[in-house]
Structure formats: structure tokens, C-alpha cells
Design a protein around this ligand. Sequence first.
Ligand code: BES
Ligand code: ZN
Length: 848
Amino acid sequence: MIDGISQVIYIKATNSPKRVHLKPVNYTLRFEPIFSNFTFLASEVLDAYVKKPTNTIRLDAAELLIKKCSVMYGENTINAKTKLDKKTESLTIHLPKKISGRVKILIEFSGILNDRLVGFYRSKYLDKSGKIKYLATTQFEAADARRAFPCVDEPEAKATFDITIIAEKHHTAISNMNLVSKRQMGSKIEYKFARTPIMSTYLLYLGVGEFEFLTSKQGKVQYRIVTTKGNSKKGRFALDLCKRLVASYEKYFGIKYPLPKLDLIAVPDFASGAMENWGAITFRETILLYDPKTSSTQTKQFIAEVVSHELAHQWFGNLVTMKWWNDLWLNESFATFMATKFVDRFYPKWKLWDQFLEDTMNTAMGLDALHSSHPIDVKVKLPSEIREIFDAISYDKGGCVLRMLEHYVGEDKFRQGLRAYLKKYSYQNAKGDDLWNEIGKAARMPVRAMVNSWIGQVGFPLVEVQTKNSTLILSQKRFVLEKKGKQNGLWYIPVSIKSGKKTITKLVTKRQEYLRFNANDIVVNSGRPGFYRVKYSQDLLYNLKSMIVAKEISHVDRWAAQNDLFALCVSGDEQSQTYLEFADAYENEDDYIAISNVASNLFSLYLRTIDEPFSYMIKNIAHEFFKKVFYRLGWDAKKNEPHTNALLRAQVIGALGRLDDEEIIDEANKRFVKYMKDSSSLNPDIQGTVFSIAAWNGDSRTYAKLLALYRKAKSQEEKMRFLSAMCSFKDPKLLLRTLKFSQTDEVRSQNMHLPVVQTAANYYGKNILWPWLKQNWKRIRVKVGAGSPLLNRIIASISAVATDKMEQEIRSFFRSNPTPGTERTLEQTLERIRINNAFLNRMRREYA
Ligand code: BES
Ligand code: ZN
């Protein structure tokens, strides 16, 4: 046993409440949406196997009206009594006598086409002529298939599905599989789809509406982009990339995409970003539709990443599915990791792995450095508990752990293990351990123990480094932003130490390790493959700075050095002045993530101290840094400039606007005026920035212009730009108007959180946001839907506007207004408030 680790006890998350008595085999389902009253009629034949004699059968079901239920077994058919339980969302079927073996359960029922974006729901939009239209679509993950039909709504209860949809003549129907027959039935049309492979209920899909298609074929697979009328052309980019990605994934996994067709469907109302329904992937419109005339580079990149993410799930998640939701993270972190890996193959110039560090890793570390974070592997039972773990720990930390693992075992072994895993568990379910076993076997390395130290315990380590007489001393402890109590935790850390061209690696498993390594010009965690932060001794940090100035170390290592140092300022391990002095080393920095991270750290210091007497000092430093970068970039894109320039330009100009740079403000105002006359005059990459600066310096007349632009905008992407700008005014009255506006029908419930988050980020929104939230909380909950993940985003935004004095008040407000599914987010928000405040107080002492 490796020393040290043996003391750590991992509490394994346990599995679901098993319903051992019933095993579904096939569902025959028939749905008929009725748009006139937003309901649907349905019938079901559930072919199942009853393992033990029983006279009660329990299925998951919610918001359904059961009209008839009978059970067939052998030659017999018996009518059954049913009872729906609202609270447990279940349907109990009572039989006059005990049955077992193969049975068919026949149910006739109706349901609601709701407007809450879960289950079988309706989405509303306006067509070209401004007429109101509806389409019906589904979102079943994690536990909402039960809102469309009675079923065993658990990932392990895999079955096949025969779907029939009856639709009105002007509508088209879509499901997971290809159409096998289409026939007239009275005034309607009946669509019958081929039987699905064996799959989980959460991946089933139904869609009915006035769709438009962009189609293509590759190999034996039919591809379609599905949109509302008039939008299919904007699917070109996603369609082309999708085909290339599928070919690439097939090669990597060694398994062909198993269905005959694949649809990518843009849905006007959509709760999350996208959903990997097998063969019928759904998206928000802004994450699928790309219009070269009006879409930004950022949008294009995001579409590519999300398409790639959902495609990865077609194998990892759909073909092989987690046994229970405690392994949800495996699904999501895997897709997060693969998304970057595969888009990077086609667009290496986008530098997505660099962006992965700046976005994914920073986000993950920011959350996991809180005491109120949670281990990746957590126990979950209730749907509300399942919903809450779709967070930065599952997606982002999980993605980082996989990246670290691939780096540890090597790309080939990682892939070999993965292929073995997918082959072995195809059309079945598996646990995390099954994957670690396969990768461990391929690599002949202690993979399981290493991974378990990262997923079984909360947090991640800080590795402290110092040298003493040609010995390197490395020590590890948990990195937290709020200092309290003793820190537990011990990790298997693959540490690499680089000096010049020489690199050594060592799996650090103890609290402290001594290595013989005679060098002072070292970089630890070079390339940042490891999910940990580094604290260098003073002399090592000094050497590091001179290597940065001389650009003797890689751009990732330059980025990482100050990234860790800044986190250490927030945690109180270092002084902010140390960071500011260190940042001098980046005066001539030319790399995207290094510049972008220094910039956002300086800007964050400015925002934190804006009301302090020493603010001007920090403002000057930030301004000087930004301005220098701006002069290199300019307002307009240069021919063949790097992709990341577009991203950096928006960030830098936006910040200069907020730093009240007059030259920038004048030009932004000019460009806004010009845009009003000719919308093609302004590059989409800086449109959002220009509109926001115009608002920042604007008044109620500017507000009226932006509102009119919002109303007229054709795409949701454009609408969001104007809505953001409407949160960028200085006048609190105008900000309140936007908040109020966000509650109206003109803002989709899926976007309701945006005005809140943006107002929270606006200095002038500080005093109005919390009072407004309190006053409107009940309505907001109704608007976004109880249990919506957007509520978490809204609660999280409070940390930007609250002082520590408000902590008690916020806590007691939510105590008297309990909001299930947001408890952990609230703890994290309160912890962030305390951290921000402690940091500010330390700075006050520093600059006193
Ligand atoms: N499976 C998820 C969608 C999902 C999330 C369903 C939460 C139910 C609850 C999907 O694969 C996903 O991860 N979507 C992301 C897209 C992301 C890559 C931007 C999302 O919706 O945020
Ligand atoms: Zn996903």
C-alpha cells in the first residue's frame, strides 16, 4: 500500500433504490399532441418482465391522467385499478391477483404540453409575419420522461421503443429513429418510427412542429438540421462540422455511430444549452444557428464545442450509460473533455486547450476551493438532488481530472482503455470503476487509486515548493479560499518539474516529499496537466518572474504562474501588491490566455476596490495594461489575425469602456450611431461591447433605442446582445426597468437569469439588485420554473453585490423562502461573500 493514502477513507456513493420486481423490455407508445388546449393523448403498451409474483406494479408517472389500464399475461387480460401519487411521482397498478413472468401493461392516458421546459412541453415563437406559433418537444433528462408516459424512469432500466406520433397536416414529427411509415389518418398524419436500440428513458425524443430541414448524407447516416421556418440555412456550419466530428469519433472509439439518422434540432425555448437525445439532439437556437453576417466568433466556437460535446455522448452516455446518477459526472466530464479534444483537431488555431485552462480549469478551481464544494462522486437519490449536481464540479473539475488522467497514462493507453470499456458495455450500463479498470488494465498503472483520490474527496491540493541544498521539498495540503480549521485531504498528484529542457515526474502521495533536483529555475506542473495550484518559495518565484520576462518558459507556464499567484492573493496567502509587482512581467506578453487572465485579474482588483481611496492606483495599473493591449489589437480585425484576437478585443475594449477611457467611449458612441444607420457597419465580434459602452454612457433615449433594437432583432443571439446592453446603464432607474422587463413575456424564461447576472456585474446595479430580487423572488420562481437550474445562477450572482453585513439577511431570507435544489449554491454564495470581504479588508490594511 502506498504510504499516506491508506489513511484516507472514501465514502462511495451508493446506487439507486432498485425496483427489482419489474424489468421493461419494450415500450410501444403513441402520442397525439393537441395544440388547441396544450394537452396530448397517448397510449402505451409496456412489455415487461415481472421477476417475483406481485399484485402491485409501480411505475414512475407525473402530471398524467390515466383513463384505462389493463394487464395481459399469458392468455389473460385483467383490468387494473391505478393510483397516481403526486408526491412520489408514481403510478401504482393494483391487480386482483398475483402475477409474474412476461406481462404487457396497456395504458390509455393524457398529459399536458406544459410551458416549463421539462417533459413533453410546448415552445412558443413568432413566424416571419409575426404570427404566434407553437411546437412540441421533449426534455427528459434527468427524470422527466415520467411526465410523458408511465415508465421505469431510471438509466439502468434500458428498453427498446416503438414510437408513433399523430400530427396535424402542417406539422412534421420527429423522434430518435428514422421514419418507417407515414399515412393519412382523418385530418391528421400518422408517423411511425423504427424501433430504437435498447436505451434509457432519459434519451427518448418526441418533436412536433412546422419544421424546416437542412439535410445531408454521409456513409449510411442521414443528417438533418431542424429549425423553425426560415432558419435552416443558419445550420450549415453545425451540419458540416457535425459530419466531420462523427467520422472522427467513429475512428477514435472504433465503433460506428449506431443509428441510421442524426438530427440536430434548434428549439426556441430550451432550459439548458443542449441535450444529447439519441439521434435527435436538441439545442438552444443560439448554440446551433450560425449566421456569418450577425454571429460572433465566440458563438461559432461555442456551437462547435457544444455539437462536439453532444456527439461524444452518443457513445459515452447513450451507447454505454451510467448505472445511476451518481456517475452523471462521468457522462458530463467525459463529454466536456472530448468536446475540446475533437474540435481542436479541426480548429487547432482556436487554441481550445489553452482556453480550457482559462475557462474550465479556472471555473472548477474557483468552486472547488470553497468549503461548501462537494466531491465529484456524490450520493443522489431524489430528482432535485440529481439536478443540483449538474455543476462546475461534475463538468469542469471532472473534465480536468480526465485530462490529468490521460496525461498520466498517455494518450494511447487512455484510448485503448476507453475502447475496451465502450465495447464491453455497449447497450448496457457501467460504473466509473469499470472505466478505471479498463484504463488501468491498458496502462498497467494504479489508475483506480489515483482517480479515486480526485473524485472521492472534496477539493484539490496546493503544492508548496522550496529548494534546500539541491533538494526539492514538495508539500501538499487542500487549497481553500476561506481560512478556517485544519485542512484534510491527501491526493495522488502526478507532479512534473521542469528546468530548462529537463523534466522529471513523480507521483506525490505523501504530505511531504523530498527530491534530489539541483536547479533553481524550475516550473512545477509545467503545461498545467495537474489539477492543483503551486506556491513557490520567494526565491523560486523571483526566478520565475525573470523567466517570464525573458519568455524562457511556455505561454501556458507564464499564464499559470500569475494565475496561481492571484488565487493565493484571494486566499490571503500572498499580498495583492506581490501580484501587482509580478504582473509587471507581462508588459510585453503576447499570448492570448496569459494576457486575458492578467487583464481579468487586474480588472477584478479594480472592481473590488472601486469605492476605496486607493482605487486610483489600481485603476491606473489596469488601464495602462489594457490600453497597451488595445493599441496592438485596434478596433478592427486585421486580415488573417489569430482567432483569439476577436475574443481578446471584445474583452479589452469592454473593460476600457468601464474604466472610462475617453478615446474608447467616443469611438464606441460613433460606431453605435453608425450601426443605427447601417447594421452591417459593425463587426459582430464587437457589437455587444459597443452597445454596452453606449449604454454605460447613455440615458433614457439610448435605452429606448436599445429596447427597439431588441424588439426588432431577428435572431436570439442578437436579442441577447441588446438585452445585455440594457443592463449596462449607470442610472439605477434604467437598470430597474430592465429587471422589470425581464419578467415580461418579451423575455423568454430561459433567458430570465441574464439580466440579473448582468446587473449584478454592473457596479451601479449593486444597491438595487438584492432589494429587487427579494421583492420579486416568488414571481421569478414561477417564471423560470421551480427547480430550474437558472435559479442557481441567479442566487450565485448575489455574491457580486453583497457585503458581509448582508450575509445574515440573505440567509434568513432564503430560510423563510425555501427554494429546493439551491441549498448548496446558497452556501457557496455566502462563502464567496465572506471571501470577497476578507480579501477587501486585507487590501485596506495593505494600502492603509
Ligand atoms: N446532458 C446535458 C444536458 C442536461 C443538463 C440535461 C442538465 C439535464 C440537466 C448535455 O449534454 C449538456 O451537458 N449540455 C450542456 C451544454 C454545454 C456543453 C454547454 C448544457 O446544457 O449546459
Ligand atoms: Zn453533456
